[in-house]
Design a protein around this ligand. Structure first.
Ligand SMILES: [Ca+2]
Ligand SMILES: [Ca+2]
Length: 467
């Protein structure tokens, strides 16, 4: 007689082994000019360091328990000037490691590596659906030979199941502006984040696409990601909006309003990436309109690339996630909310002074057992001291039971940010996936702490959701 079993949940964790290169490459295949150690890790104490010669790095990631779900892909890249092109592939393999097909193919041109030491790039992408017989996803990073002494560092690699493929059409502008509705935007090919094309704005502009969602379960939430760059020293305000449309094409309501203030992207050559989450779509929503509105003084160049919109399980669970309402909903020690035109999102950030401090929020979770969560946030470090050491933020997710007792650690990592003088400082974007929550979990405590250092830290836009 078969016994009644609890329903088996699909695997949800980060499928990449040693995703932060702390274990000495035991789980990675490498060839060419690779050093395992790096002096400037993004998370933890190590990153993978590709020297100037050609090199590749790969891992066959097991898809056991994943089923036919696409994968959310993220990684961080820090390249020196003169570093070479990077190609990132996800290849589906069967049980005998035979190639079944291509799940994702990213070309990251060398011009993205602007040499700004404080501007590491965090990439986000989504694969297609794995074929039925897929047993492994082969993740490959391959680098061409670069200039003498150039390098590319890779760290914090994520491959984790997500509910849908990317629903945006022509999401990387590889077919110019086809499928998009541009006002003052043209197709650009001179400095894309990924691939060969991007959307190039010339002064104040508007770029929209209506994404079909009527075939998705009603009341779903969606993850929105995009990359922006303003290569000139011009203050430009951006509002990114997701609007829900009914079958007549009438706007029902806003699902997301993401405001990037005027000086946020100033003094940064490289693209900056964003991850945000909509509220649940209202009943009757047939399409989601993604809208990029930008506004500045005079004529300026403006770049958009790599737009993702995919269904996920929940909206953002963090209250006052962008510190626009002071430190409401947060427990803090030594931390203050600061108004600044260089915020990552909105007008306010949480500031941790060089003397250190802590910030935490307990987030209630429903039916959490066996589920994994995505944590992401943006950090910036500034110091008036010359040659200040990296600033360090300890990020933790702790599971909590119904008595308010801590059950254990769901996620813990060290986020490192390069320190520069305040006018050169820019944002770094961190993302990580928790372990599955243990039985009895009713809440997660998000906890950030910074030990005393020579730099102060700014934290903004904390996302905690389920992919
Ligand atoms: Ca592109
Ligand atoms: Ca904010």
């Amino acid at each position: 007689m078969p016994r009644n079993k609890a329903p088996r949940l699909n695997v949800c964790r980060n499928l990449v082994l040693d995703h932060s290169f702390e274990e000495g490459l035991r789980n990675w295949g490498v060839s060419g000019d690779v050093t395992y150690y790096s002096g400037q890790p993004f998370t933890g104490n190590q990153s993978l360091h590709m020297n100037s010669g050609a090199a590749s790095l790969f891992q066959n990631v097991s898809l056991a328990g994943v089923g036919r779900r696409p994968l959310f892909l993220s990684f961080n890249v820090r390249g020196s000037q003169g570093a070479a092109d990077l190609i990132v592939d996800v290849i589906w393999l069967d049980r005998s490691l035979r190639v079944l097909g291509v799940g994702q193919h990213m070309y990251i041109g060398a011009e993205n590596f602007t040499g700004e030491l404080n501007a590491p790039l965090t990439f986000f992408e989504i694969t297609d659906l794995p074929p039925t017989q897929a047993a492994y996803a082969k993740l490959v990073f391959s680098k061409q030979e670069g200039a003498v002494d150039s390098y590319i560092d890779i760290d914090q690699v994520i491959l984790a199941p997500i509910h849908s493929i990317n629903l945006v059409q022509n999401h990387g502008f590889e077919r110019g502006l086809l499928m998009w509705n541009p006002t003052n935007f043209i197709a650009g090919f001179s400095f894309p984040l990924e691939g060969g094309g991007f959307a190039r704005g010339q002064g104040d502009g508007l770029l929209t696409q209506d994404v079909y969602i009527a075939n998705q379960p009603p009341r779903s939430s969606y993850l929105l990601s995009f990359a922006l760059s303003i290569p000139e020293a011009v203050a430009v305000e951006t509002t990114v909006r997701v609007q829900w449309l009914n079958s007549d094409g009438t706007v029902i309501s806003d699902g997301l309003v993401f405001f990037i203030p005027s000086a946020s992207l100033l003094n940064r050559q490289a693209y900056l990436t964003y991850v945000a989450v909509t509220s649940p779509a209202p009943l009757g929503a047939v399409r989601a309109r993604i809208r990029f509105e930008n506004q500045g003084a005079g004529l300026f160049e403006y770049r958009i690339d790599q737009v993702l919109f995919a269904r996920i399980s929940l909206s953002n669970l963090v209250q006052n996630s962008s510190f626009e309402n002071d430190l409401t909903s947060w427990d803090s020690d030594g931390v203050s909310a600061t108004n600044m035109p260089t915020a990552y999102e909105g007008s306010w950030v949480a500031s941790i002074p060089a003397t250190g401090g802590s910030l935490s929020q307990q987030v209630p979770l429903l039916r959490a057992t066996g589920r994994c969560y995505l944590l992401s946030f943006a950090l910036k470090a500034t110091s008036e001291e010359e040659e200040a050491a990296d600033a360090v933020l300890l990020a933790r997710v702790i599971w909590v039971d119904r008595f308010g007792r801590e059950l254990g650690l769901g996620l813990g990592f060290v986020a490192r940010v390069g320190v520069t003088e305040s006018e050169d400082a820019t944002w770094s974007v961190f993302a990580a996936i928790t372990e599955p929550a243990p039985p009895g979990t009713v809440a997660a405590k998000l906890q950030f702490s910074m030990p005393e250092s020579s730099a102060s830290l700014e934290l903004d836009h904390v996302v905690f959701t389920r992919l």
